[in-house]
Design a protein around this ligand. Sequence first.
Ligand SMILES: Cc1cc2nc3c(=O)[nH]c(=O)nc-3n(C[C@H](O)[C@H](O)[C@H](O)COP(=O)(O)OP(=O)(O)OC[C@H]3O[C@@H](n4cnc5c(N)ncnc54)[C@H](O)[C@@H]3O)c2cc1C
Length: 317
Amino acid sequence: MKSWKSCTFGERKTRKMETELFEELYLAGCQIRLNAELSEYTTIKIGGPAQAIVFPQTTEAFIKALNILKGREIQYKILGGGSNVIPPKSFHGIVVSTKALTGIEFSGNQVAFDCGMSVRRLLRLVASRGLSGLEFLSGLPGSLGGALFMNAGAFGGEIGNLVEEVTVLGNDLNVRSLKAEEIEFSYRHSSLRDYVILGAILKFDYAKPEKVIREMELVLKRRLEKQPLDQPSAGSTFKRPRNDFYVGTTIEALGLKGLRVGGVEISRKHAGFIVNRGNATQEDVVRLIEKVQELVYLTYDVKLETEVEIWKGGSYA
Ligand SMILES: Cc1cc2nc3c(=O)[nH]c(=O)nc-3n(C[C@H](O)[C@H](O)[C@H](O)COP(=O)(O)OP(=O)(O)OC[C@H]3O[C@@H](n4cnc5c(N)ncnc54)[C@H](O)[C@@H]3O)c2cc1C
C-alpha cells in the first residue's frame, strides 16, 4: 500500500472515507478483515480479495451494518457458508458474513435460529433433541440463511416445507416477520431472495433421537457415495431444467466427465459438479459452464441455468 505522503488528493480522500466507514462498522458491532481473500470463505476455494469482510456479531449489528452500507451507497454482498457462490478475482466492495450469527431458541417442536447457523450444526442440535424432518439435508454445507434463500433440497425434500416464520430485512430497511403462507417456495427458489434473511422458525416432528441420527447417517452415506465431497466445489452447477432431465447423467452421456478449463474440471465422480483442481478462477468456471451449456443445447435443445451463483461486481483481470 502507498504511503500517505505519496497519495494524491483523491486517494487520500478515498482512504479517509474508508477509515470512517470501518470505524462506523466496528462501532456498530462488526469485526472486520481488510483485503480478505474470498477463496478462504467459499467451499470451491475461489475468489480474490474483497475490500473487506465484515462479521456482525449480533443481529442488531447486522442490521446496523446494512444500514451503514446502504446509506453510503457501498456495493456489498451477503455471504453465508459460501457453498453456492463463485466470486471474482477481486471484489470491489464489502462482504458481510453471517458466520457469527448462530443464536438458537427451542420451544417444543419449533426452533428459532439466526441466519448464520450452519445447517450441519443445526441438524446435530435438533437430532439430539429428537426433532425430525430435515434429515434429508444431512451433509449440506452452508448456513440456514443460504438454504432458505434458495430453498435448498435433496432426496425429495426441501427446507421450505419446515418453515413456520422468517424474519427479514426489507429493501426499505424495515424488519418484518413473514409467515410460511406469505413466502413462495419452489424448486431451488424462494421469494426470500427479495430480502435479507435474519432468522427463521422451523417446525419439526417428534421422533427418537437414534432414529433421526440413523436417517442422517444414511443420507450422508448416499452423498459420500455419489458426490465429490473430498474436492472443493459449490455443489450442483446447474438446476434441473425439468423433472425428467437429469443434468449430471446428461453431461456424463456427452462424455464430458473430467473436461478441464484452467484450474477447474467436471467432476469424474458426479458430472453435475465442477471441482477446483488448484488455482482455479471464476473465469475458468464461467468458461467451463458455457462449454457445457452450449453442448447440451446443441444436443438436446435444452438451456441449462446455473444453480451456482457467479458473483459480479469484480473483475477477471
Ligand atoms: C458439496 C456440496 C453439496 C451440495 N448439495 C446441495 C444439495 O443437496 N441441495 C442444495 O439445495 N444445495 C446443495 N449445495 C449448494 C449449497 O450448499 C446450498 O445452496 C446452501 O444452501 C447455500 O448456503 P450458503 O450459506 O453456503 O450460501 P452462500 O453460498 O453463502 O450464499 C448463497 C446465496 O445466498 C445469499 N444469502 C446467504 N445468506 C443470506 C441471508 N442471511 N440473507 C439473504 N441472503 C443470503 C447470498 O448472498 C448468496 O446470494 C451443495 C454444495 C456443496 C459444496
